[in-house]
Design a protein around this ligand. Structure first.
Ligand SMILES: NC(=O)c1ccc[n+]([C@@H]2O[C@H](COP(=O)([O-])OP(=O)(O)OC[C@H]3O[C@@H](n4cnc5c(N)ncnc54)[C@H](O)[C@@H]3O)[C@@H](O)[C@H]2O)c1
Length: 432
């Protein structure tokens, strides 16, 4: 394929070298004439292991060249990859100035091509950026199918960029409506790339980087705490990483219920308290409980904004298959709704009030002494004929729910239970 690559920095230069090595014919474009001149001599504009060899091979085989002439590069190619920088402004906002300039150049040059052109953004941009760029520069070309636009986030790391390009840790491509890109472009995106909307692909890149930053900050905070306690936190973190079931795994990485139960809130609270006493500042760990409270608050807002006065809670305990009510978000929801004068009905087949003992019983005695009057013994009487059904747990089958729900009901899905969307009620998700 003939591909132009705009921006010959870390991402663009590596992409040019790697795509040329796969047999594509590449035209690199940069505003820096000196960079282009060096590139055409096979001198990498950046230090990156393996790149000098790739550029030299590409030039030798006539599959690689660079230019400052954007229009000529677009005319000579079928697709343009945008890899220019997206720096921060002084205020911290994202500066899309380079991307806007390049988009204008590509769209203008592509307008003269009867066969159409593909515009593929690789620069990191906030959700909504691709759509607003297209609306600004090429709404008609997109509508008429003359321009195909994709957001294809880049996950390579400097220092191992060539290896990362060949074996990406993740591949996802955003299209305007989430439909699959044409097969002709599959060789650029790879056959295994997940296909999502422009905005989801844009968010994915930020979610990954925020997650990486969270991991680094977390390890560093545990490191500082360990040091203040005279412990080898590096060894502790090594052990933490050995747990690939709960720690280094997809577990706990799904948006849903605020965390609760007898351990996480209590232990985070104790850790924060202990760290403060030992003089270690842990802003990330200190932010966990406020973050959790903010999440509960947004759930309460959704309930309030539903306009419903009857609230049905499916699953009161803090997670499925337990009767533990300690620090359960749904206990908070029930209390909050009662305090606002809502009618509350609860269904939780795991909960046997007579069997509750100890701290678990104290939650009920002190916080919800009238719980017994809210609990319904069967699904049908809990669901009733109308109201907002807050589904925290799968404590009823979808078949049973389908039998008792009506279009008069609203469903608020807390934990992402896909089958709920098919039920005869108005569906809403907590985070989707
Ligand atoms: N560096 C990384 O490891 C990495 C990884 C993934 C994603 N990204 C993202 O990729 C994008 C590019 O990052 P980078 O580190 O390669 O940037 P960079 O600053 O190294 O390179 C950008 C290049 O774009 C060129 N440029 C600017 N305006 C231009 C124009 N109008 N026409 C042609 N070229 C122009 C610059 O001269 C420069 O050579 C950013 O959005 C970045 O966030 C970077």
């Amino acid at each position: 394929m003939d591909v132009s690559i705009f921006g010959l920095g870390y991402v663009g230069a590596v992409t040019a070298g790697c795509l040329a090595a796969r047999g594509h014919r590449i035209v690199g474009v940069d505003v820096a004439a000196s960079k282009v001149a060096e590139f055409n001599k096979g001198n990498p504009p950046i230090i990156e292991p393996g790149l000098d060899r790739l550029l030299a091979d590409g030039l030798t085989h006539g599959r690689l060249r660079a230019t400052t002439d954007a229009a000529e590069a677009v005319r000579a190619t079928q697709a343009s990859l945008v890899c220019v920088g997206t720096p921060s402004t002084v205020s911290g906002a994202l500066d899309l100035g380079y991307v806007r300039q390049v988009t204008r150049e590509i769209v203008t040059a592509a307008a003269a091509k009867p066969e159409g052109h593909a515009l593929i953004f690789r620069s990191t941009m906030l959700p909504g950026s691709t759509r607003s760029l297209v609306q600004e520069f090429a709404p008609e070309a997109l509508a008429r199918g003359r321009l195909q636009v994709f957001f294809y986030p880049e996950f390579l790391r400097e220092g191992t960029a060539v290896k990362d390009f060949d074996q990406p840790s993740l591949a996802a491509v955003g299209t305007h409506d989430g439909s699959a890109p044409p097969a002709a472009l599959a060789e650029l995106f790879g056959n295994n790339a997940a296909v999502v909307s422009w905005e989801s692909a844009e968010l994915l890149k930020y979610a990954c980087n925020a997650f990486h930053a969270t991991k680094v900050a977390f390890a560093n905070e545990i490191g500082r705490l360990g040091k203040s306690l005279g412990l080898d936190a590096a060894a502790v973190m090594q052990l933490l990483c050995q747990d690939t079931r709960l720690n280094i795994s997809p577990y706990y990485l799904r948006p849903g219920n605020p965390f609760g139960g007898s351990c996480l809130p209590k232990d985070v609270r104790a850790l924060v308290h202990h760290a403060r006493q030992s003089g270690a500042s842990l802003p990330l760990v200190e932010g966990l409980l406020p973050s959790n409270e903010r999440h509960l608050h947004s759930l309460l807002e959704l309930i309030a904004n539903s306009g419903e006065r009857e609230i049905v809670i499916l699953g009161l305990s803090f997670k499925a298959n337990t009767d533990d009510l300690r620090e359960s978000a749904m206990v908070e929801v029930a209390q909050h709704c009662l305090g606002r004068g809502f009618a509350v009905r609860i269904y939780d087949p795991q909960l046997n009030l007579a069997a509750l003992v100890g701290a678990n019983k104290r939650v009920i005695d002190t916080r919800m002494p009238h719980l017994a009057s809210l609990l319904r013994p069967d699904l049908a009487s809990a669901i009733g004929t109308r109201g907002l059904v807050v589904v925290s747990q799968k404590c009823a089958s979808t078949e049973d729910l389908a039998r008792v729900l009506t279009p008069e009901h609203r469903l608020l899905d807390i934990n992402g239970w896909p089958e709920l969307r098919q039920l005869p009620a108005r569906y809403q998700g907590l985070c989707w």
